[in-house]
Design a protein around this ligand. Structure first.
Ligand code: DX5
Ligand code: ZN
Length: 214
């Protein structure tokens, strides 16, 4: 069954506890960390994640859009992240960081900018718990879905079956009920959505439309 990961970036930051209460049926909570270097935007750090951790039962899915992620993974793990995803463009040796994350009992993911070919992940896939396909340019919520992302999802789904691997195929950016259906058809197993979920008056209804879009 498809899992949904609302992106906290689109929530009302003045009342995060109340916002979390509106999305209880979602399996994961997606946490977008931006450093103003890897992407041209700044969001939040481990302090915020630690502060909201007691108010959610969801898997905390931390998406590091930062340079030098190896320097910061430990503080994000200590803050309560269940998954740490970093960008393949930000490191020279992803495998050593994946091993470090696993040694700390946390799931590891790799993400790709839209311009990065998915095939660069081929050798690393057996070691990953998730692959995060960026379907917009990382940096901001509320952008339009890039349709070519569906090709990456299909490739990841095919390789997963062929090589009998276990990673989740996560898609992030521009997801609404319509693009959710296309991504599910292509083989995505987790849908990240910020504006579509937190922009809806009835958040649980929005989550339902994403799940049953097809
Ligand atoms: C973009 C972030 C996304 C973003 C998604 O850099 O990685 O997670 O919050 O927002 P929407 O769903 O509004 O495109
Ligand atoms: Zn994200």
């Amino acid at each position: 069954m498809i899992k949904i990961a609302p992106s906290l970036l689109a929530a009302d930051f003045s009342c995060l506890r109340e916002e979390l209460d509106t999305i209880k049926s979602a399996e994961w909570l997606h946490l977008d960390v931006m450093d103003g270097h890897f992407v041209q935007n700044l969001t939040f750090g481990p302090g915020l994640i630690k502060a909201i951790r007691p108010y959610s039962k969801q898997q905390f899915d931390t998406h590091l859009m930062i340079e030098d992620p190896a320097r910061y993974v430990d503080v994000f793990i200590e803050a309560g992240s269940n998954h740490i995803t970093f960008h393949v463009e930000a490191v020279s040796n992803p495998l050593s960081l994946i091993e470090h994350i696993h040694a700390r009992g946390v799931k590891a993911g790799l993400s790709l900018r839209p311009a990065t070919p998915v095939e660069v992940l081929a050798d690393t896939l057996p070691f990953l718990d998730l692959v995060l396909v960026m379907s917009v340019e990382p940096g901001f919520g509320g952008q339009a879905f890039i349709p070519e992302s569906l090709e990456k999802i299909r490739w990841l789904a095919q390789v997963k079956t062929q090589r009998q691997l276990n990673y989740e195929i996560v898609v992030d950016g521009g997801i609404d009920d319509k693009t959710a259906a296309l991504c599910q058809e292509a083989g995505a197993t987790v849908l990240v959505a910020g504006s579509y979920v937190f922009g809806a008056k009835d958040r649980e209804a929005a989550l339902g439309r994403m799940r049953h879009g097809r």
